[in-house]
Design a binder for this molecule. Structure first.
Ligand code: DGL
Length: 260
């Protein structure tokens, strides 16, 4: 039996958005245990400078490692773009990050125009700009920061006229520009998928990367001999830097939703 395999996987996000990735991780790796960290006391990350986001990523990683994590999934595009390279260079364990799915979007588009919905900080990050330059090619990639959307998800408000109006404000101009493939480049947005899909209509396909991140996590654990040897269902604990009485009802609700 591999001793390290029994340890939990750490997963973190600026708040509850990373629960969309956790859902994929638990589907892909049902025998693994997880510790989820919602940095709700510092959410949203999307308008913060990269150095501040990186400082949070380090503080949370220290806590997850102290709690025994064998691998950490950065379930936040913004934190991955701001900090994953520094995290990998600093700690002895593996980090799996998440980035907007430009590559599959560019492969799939028929209109030759792809839209990326993400936070301002993610879209301005060097790592994102490199990704865009590497995969954009002949395809036009239009980026759309979406301030305000994360806050709706943090409150568990996934539908209604106010959040719909904001989604329309961000998505409709992209459709007018010919976008047929929309990348959900923030882990909060899969929880708004039904609404975004409704606004986008049948002419646009939505793409997110949670399932790919879960498969990559499995590959890394396997390569490192760290897959759980247990045949029992894994456990889940969660922590937050926010007010647990406020965050708990939203976490409980989002855990019951499968945002796909
Ligand atoms: N969920 C995050 C992401 O994937 C960040 C949202 C935020 O805090 O602004 O980028």
């Amino acid at each position: 039996m591999n001793e390290g395999g029994a340890a939990p996987i750490g997963v973190f996000d600026s708040g509850v958005g990373g629960l969309s990735v956790l859902a994929d991780l638990r589907r892909e790796l049902p025998h693994e245990s997880f510790i989820y960290y919602a940095d709700s006391g510092h959410c949203p990350y999307g308008g913060k400078p990269a150095a501040e986001i990186a400082a949070r990523a380090f503080a949370i990683s220290d806590e997850l490692i102290a709690a025994g994590a064998k691998l950490i999934v950065v379930a936040c595009n913004t934190a991955t773009i701001a900090a994953v390279e520094q995290l990998r260079a600093t700690y002895p364990l593996s980090f799996v990050g998440i980035e907007p799915a430009i590559k599959p979007a560019v492969t799939q588009t028929k209109s030759g125009v792809v839209g990326v919905l993400a936070t301002g900080a993610a879209l301005a990050g060097d790592k994102f700009l490199r990704l865009q330059a590497q995969h954009g090619g002949k395809v036009r990639v239009i980026t759309q920061p979406c301030p305000g959307l994360v806050e709706y998800v943090e409150r568990g408000e996934l539908e209604g006229p106010a959040v719909r109006a904001l989604v329309e404000r961000y998505v409709e101009p992209l459709l007018r520009d010919g976008v047929d493939t929309l990348v959900l480049g923030c882990t909060h947005y899969p929880f708004l998928r039904p609404l975004i899909a409704d606004v986008a209509g049948s002419g646009a396909t939505l793409i997110d990367t949670g399932a790919a991140v879960a498969r990559q996590t499995r590959r890394v654990l396997d390569r490192e001999g760290l897959l759980s040897a247990s045949s029992a269902p894994g456990s889940l604990q969660w922590r937050t830097s926010g007010d647990r009485t406020v965050v708990a009802p939203v976490v409980e609700r989002l855990l019951t939703l499968s945002p796909k």
